[in-house]
Design a binder for this molecule. Structure first.
Ligand SMILES: [Zn+2]
Length: 672
């Protein structure tokens, strides 16, 4: 596929556009016949894609594009001495519109911005599924505004009756919009193909139309005699999640990307110190909880914020903070290498939290070396973040993280707060030539290669927004943002990772529940957790009721027994409400089916399997479902949330299940 696409791209350049130069002599003849278009804007003259207008803001461009030639698949325009080539490529369900600008060799072209405007008939459009920053992805913003985590959020961003506008810089989003019908099937999906360029995405009601705009505008004008990007269209009626994954795959091929294999240990269940202990952590406490976690079945301990800064918010403190040195606090972690060794000796891995762009003014790094490397805003104010475009920063990050790996022998870093980096830096310090987006990804890459220069199987992990399609190549594990007390919001936010992170390891954000939670509630948290990628919890098991520890141990055992299906099975959404869908993971000969909506009455399996584990996360103690294709005669055994049997075995003969299943528990169907 990769070869095929790049070949197609090349043929658009060489076969199509180079011919344009040879056409210069007949320009005068054609000009008389040519259609003139509005200033610097053209409508792509193709009937096989939605109505699309392209606009370019180019230095020195005359005010018109003149159409030189057009066929069903290609069109050539000129404006002054700049040419614009459009070429369609059909790729299975997608149609790709290749866009290329070319200037004479004697002069460089500075493209300040460019945009695509797509006009769609509103009828039959229902919801904007992607982009999806509010509120499902930007959960920390929600917390900042409301001081609580959202209780309920639909999977889609907004209905088509509403407008939206969203910045999509490289450290926050992909340049992609997808609109569904009222059942969650794709109607129209469109996205740019070139990676690491900042974008702004918009949708607006305009009479009977819904108008999408995907504008690309970086702080650095694109410069070069040949400039290209492509729009990827998909109007096939398929589940939205499949269409988005196809977009991500084409995006990766277009940019020549292939994810490196992810170390197997990245699939080990993670215990995180954050939600139960905050930044008030110390060596003795971490060791104690690690011992307990070993007993419960965790494989990795994540020492979150607080290990290298002052407690009570020191991690976020620019003026008086010490972040940036990566030195374990001697008062609370007198012997970090010793602690890591003790945890390693238990057979567990250890990860540390970091915010690589944040650096406090009281750090040694700032005082001695990096004070002029910080970003500044338009008013000249110095910011907390190191500037990704400063040429020294990536070398600095490489060295620091090689040092961290060597000094503490840790196995990976959990990268935080990188989505706070702004798109433009106004500091009067040197900047590299590339765009901010590209520089940002290069800095994240330096973190990983620094770690791996010492520990070849070290991993990097990050949450959205800075974990996204642009950055995933330098990340191994990706997860949603924070909603620790709501398994449902985390579940839905996690669904949005799957299509673009098809080649990374998906994980849930560490969950926590109340100390008084009953078994059904804890069971629902844990059932959701095992269906959302690598398990992660942040419960204080040292003070939790024994029942919570038992439940956790049993569900981590379930995860290990069904890991192949849970992590590598085909992920399918179904059910009565696509805004809060039910879901399943279908493996070689088993399916794990997660039911949330009591109104769902049908389960359509993509194939017959020998074993179906149905997890009851509804608010009903009875499950009534019809399976297709109708399985062979199966026995059904219900289980309590702690996986002890609940009631007698019943036989399911005609594919119709109707039995009592405890909430937060399960029913296992097995071929007789
Ligand atoms: Zn800068």
């Amino acid at each position: 596929m990769f070869v095929c696409l790049t070949h197609q791209v090349r043929s658009a350049e060489d076969g199509g556009l180079d011919k344009l130069d040879n056409c210069a002599l007949i320009l005068a003849v054609l000009a008389a016949l040519a259609v003139q278009v509005s200033a610097a804007s053209v409508r792509a003259p193709f009937s096989t894609i939605p109505q699309t207008y392209l606009t370019f803001e180019i230095e020195g461009l005359s005010d018109q594009w003149v159409l030189m030639s057009a066929s069903g698949e290609a069109a050539h325009y000129v404006s002054g001495d700049i040419s614009l080539g459009l070429k369609l490529e059909k790729l299975a369900e997608q149609t790709i519109l290749h866009v290329q600008l070319k200037a004479p060799v004697s002069r460089k072209v500075a493209v300040k911005s460019y945009s695509a405007k797509i006009v769609l008939p509103r009828a039959s459009l229902h919801a904007v599924m992607v982009p999806n920053q509010h509120k499902i992805a930007r959960l920390l913003d929600y917390w900042g505004e409301h001081h609580k985590w959202p209780d309920d959020v639909p999977l889609y961003r907004n209905l088509i009756s509403e407008n939206f506008r969203q910045a999509a810089p490289t450290n926050a989003e992909a340049p992609f919009i997808l609109i569904t019908d009222e059942r969650g099937f794709n109607k129209v999906a469109v996205g740019w193909a070139a990676a690491e360029r900042g974008s702004v995405l918009e949708g607006a009601v305009d009479g009977e139309s819904y108008v999408l705009t995907l504008e690309r505008r970086e702080d650095l004008p694109f410069d070069g005699w040949r400039f290209k990007d492509a729009l990827i269209f998909d109007t096939s009626k398929r589940p939205w999640i499949e269409v988005e994954e196809d977009y991500a795959r084409t995006f990766d091929r277009y940019n020549g990307r292939k994810h490196e294999p992810i170390p197997e240990w990245a699939t080990e269940p993670v215990y995180c110190t954050w939600y139960c202990y905050g930044d008030k952590i110390n060596q003795e406490g971490v060791l104690k909880i690690a011992q307990k976690c070993k007993e419960l079945g965790f494989g990795t301990i994540l020492i979150d914020a607080g290990w290298d800064c002052h407690p009570n918010g020191g991690y976020i403190d620019f003026e008086n903070g010490i972040l940036g040195d990566y030195v374990a606090r001697p008062d609370r972690f007198p012997d970090m290498p010793g602690l890591v060794k003790e945890i390693h000796d238990m057979g567990l891995r250890v990860m540390l939290w970091c915010a690589p762009f944040w650096e406090g003014k009281k750090s040694r790094a700032y005082q001695e070396k990096t004070s002029s490397w910080h970003m500044r805003d338009a008013d000249g104010n110095e910011l907390h973040e190191l500037c990704p475009k400063h040429p020294e920063v990536r070398k600095h990050l490489f060295e620091r993280f090689a040092w961290v790996a060597k000094t503490y022998d840790i196995d990976g870093m959990w990268i935080d707060a990188a989505d706070a980096v702004r798109g433009t830096c106004y500091a009067n310090h040197p900047h590299t030539e590339e765009s901010m987006g590209r520089a940002f990804v290069q800095c994240l890459s330096a973190v990983r290669s620094g770690l791996r220069s010492v520990k070849p199987d070290a991993i990097t992990e990050a949450r959205v927004m800075h974990a996204n399609l642009n950055t995933k190549d330098v990340l191994d594990v990706v997860q949603p943002s924070d909603a620790p007390y709501s398994y449902e919001v985390l579940r839905l936010a996690g669904i949005h990772l799957r299509p673009w992170a098809y080649d990374c390891q998906v994980k849930n954000d560490p969950m926590i529940w109340g100390k008084k939670a009953d078994a059904a509630t804890v069971g629902k948290f844990l059932a959701t957790m095992v269906c959302s990628g690598v398990p992660a919890l942040s419960v204080d098991f040292l003070t939790a009721p024994e029942e919570h520890c038992t439940l956790t141990k049993m569900w981590l055992k379930f995860y290990k027994e069904h890991k192949e299906t849970l992590l590598k099975g085909k992920f399918v959404l179904f059910g009565e409400d696509f805004g809060s869908p039910d879901m399943m993971l279908v493996g070689r000969d088993e399916a794990v089916v997660y039911v949330k909506n009591p109104a769902t009455k049908k389960v359509e399996l993509p194939k017959t399997v020998g074993r179906i584990t149905l997890l009851n996360c509804t608010n009903s103690d009875r499950i009534e479902l019809a399976f297709t294709p109708v399985p062979r005669k199966m026995s059904a055994t219900a289980y309590y949330p702690d996986w002890s049997p609940a009631g007698e075995k019943v036989i399911m003969e005609d594919g119709k299940l109707d039995c009592k299943v405890p909430q937060g528990g399960a029913v296992v169907l097995e071929v007789q």
